[in-house]
Write a protein that binds this ligand. Structure first.
Ligand SMILES: C[S@@+](CC[C@H](N)C(=O)[O-])C[C@H]1O[C@@H](n2cnc3c(N)ncnc32)[C@H](O)[C@@H]1O
Length: 436
């Protein structure tokens, strides 16, 4: 297919972006569902374009609106994406303008729309000619409050009136790659030395005993000891869960929304003698828990089931601890999933709050008296966090908020909130409940 160098990467990016922007599919799932391009540099460029176009979509769309003399036809959404890809390269990358324009024109032909090739060529060349005059508009439309849908800006502003701009700004940044060192096998300092020996720049994360952030993302195959389970990729905020729950040796633990198994694995790395049951309702994702545990050589009982319907999977023995890492709006991890801001709908947080309450109601009876339940979300919206916990506490006299001596994040009424970018972490919320 690929006579022109670089077309393969752009064509792959266009296909993924079409699935996300026209099909409403998640970027992560689309990237996983396809085979990576054979050339690593092509694959890296395709991903860079996908993430970049989604992060800068509204700014790019604004420029395109100014440049287009007429609306594109409804069935030309693929041509529009080819134009966004071209503009992204011209505005936000160091790719030569010649390569950006010529590969975009070839993309139009690759789409089987040779009649669109002169349009793509004309729009991108017009941009290059008028770049100076357009720069103020580009800067304005690139502001974080313009790179999120209105409803989301309003929701973040209501939730965090003093910090909303900072949060939106953090959402537009690139997420760092953070590792969790399996300190049962290798100390964090020793692993940092190993990275230095491999010329990988990295530093320890405050508040997280096992976390290391890399100066720039790498393929996991380049990380010493990855395959043998010495390290895993996991954001530092997600690494706060296991020490908060802190189960004792031999405790029975339920990880109720466990896939792909990041927190399950962390709990077991810290305490391999746990009797841990990991449940997830999504069959494909539940399979990934087994993959995670196999790489790390950790044992757990994995069940694909609805955690809130224990009749389907529970053996009747109460748990000493429950980790409830519920599905949520993921508004704390937008920097990692730039598609989320376009895929989420204004009604999602309330709809998800009902699911979260149901999971809390459904798993609470499985917890032994004196046991703890850690409620977690990667949301920054109180409607999915403190509000869910407040309603639950009001309805359950045997539930109270447990001690949380954490020094990270912000104390909310019932839990603690990390906002995106705080100490380099993703946005996360944790509330620890104790059963009387
Ligand atoms: C935030 S993710 C969990 C991430 C995981 N704890 C980790 O650290 O790797 C939420 C998970 O909840 C699962 N889920 C949603 N509804 C569920 C239900 N009713 N029962 C069990 N799992 C559910 C989803 O399939 C998804 O995998």
């Amino acid at each position: 297919m690929d006579a022109e160098p670089g077309l393969r990467a752009r064509a792959a990016a266009l296909e993924v972006l079409r699935q996300v922007l026209c099909g409403g599919r998640s970027l992560g799932r689309c990237l996983e569902a396809r085979s990576a391009l054979p050339d690593r540099r092509d694959e890296a460029l395709a991903r860079e374009i996908c993430f970049g176009v989604l992060r800068r979509r509204s700014s790019l769309a604004h420029v395109l609106d100014v440049l287009l003399r007429r609306q594109l036809a409804a069935d030309d959404s693929d041509v529009e994406i080819a134009l966004l890809i071209g503009l992204y390269q011209l505005i936000y990358t160091r790719i030569s303008p010649h390569a950006a324009v010529s590969t975009s024109v070839s993309l139009a032909r690759h789409l089987g729309k040779p009649r669109a090739a002169p349009l793509v060529n004309g729009v991108l060349r017009n941009f290059l000619r008028r770049r100076g005059a357009l720069s103020a508009g580009i800067a304005r439309s690139g502001r974080p409050e313009r790179s999120h849908p209105r409803w989301l800006v309003d929701a973040v502003r209501r939730a965090w009136p003093a910090r909303w701009r900072e949060i939106l700004h953090a959402n537009d940044a690139r997420a760092p790659m953070t590792l969790r060192v399996n300190t049962a096998r290798v100390g964090r300092e020793r692993y940092l030395d190993r990275l230095r020996e491999h010329a990988v720049e990295a530093w320890p994360v405050p508040h997280c005993e096992q976390a290391i952030t890399l100066a720039r993302p790498r393929d996991v195959s380049e990380l010493p000891g990855f395959l043998s389970g010495e390290v895993s990729v996991q954001d530092a905020a997600a690494q706060l869960a296991a020490p908060l729950l802190d189960p004792a040796a031999g405790a029975r633990v339920l990880d109720a929304c466990a896939a792909p198994g990041g927190k399950t694995a962390h709990l077991l790395e810290r305490c391999p003698s746990l009797e841990l049951t990991a449940v997830d309702v999504d069959r494909e994702r539940a399979g990934r828990i087994e993959g995670t545990l196999a790489r790390l050589g950790l044992p757990a009982r994995v069940r694909c089931a609805d955690a809130a319907s224990p009749g389907e999977w529970w053996d009747g023995r109460e748990f000493h601890h429950v980790l409830l890492d519920v599905p949520c709006s993921a508004t704390g991890v937008i920097r990692r999933h730039p598609d989320l801001r376009w895929l989420r709908r204004p009604e999602d947080p309330e709809r998800l709050a009902r699911r979260q309450s149901r999971l809390l109601e459904g798993t609470w009876p499985l917890l032994a008296r004196g046991g703890t339940l850690l409620y977690a979300t990667c949301s920054i919206l109180p409607s999915e966090n403190d509000d869910v916990i407040a309603r639950f506490l009001a309805a359950h006299r045997d539930a109270r908020v447990g001690p949380n001596h954490a020094i990270w994040g912000i104390a909310t009424g019932h839990g603690r909130q990390v906002l995106p970018g705080d100490d380099g972490m993703d946005g996360f919320y944790y509330a620890l409940l104790v059963k009387a």
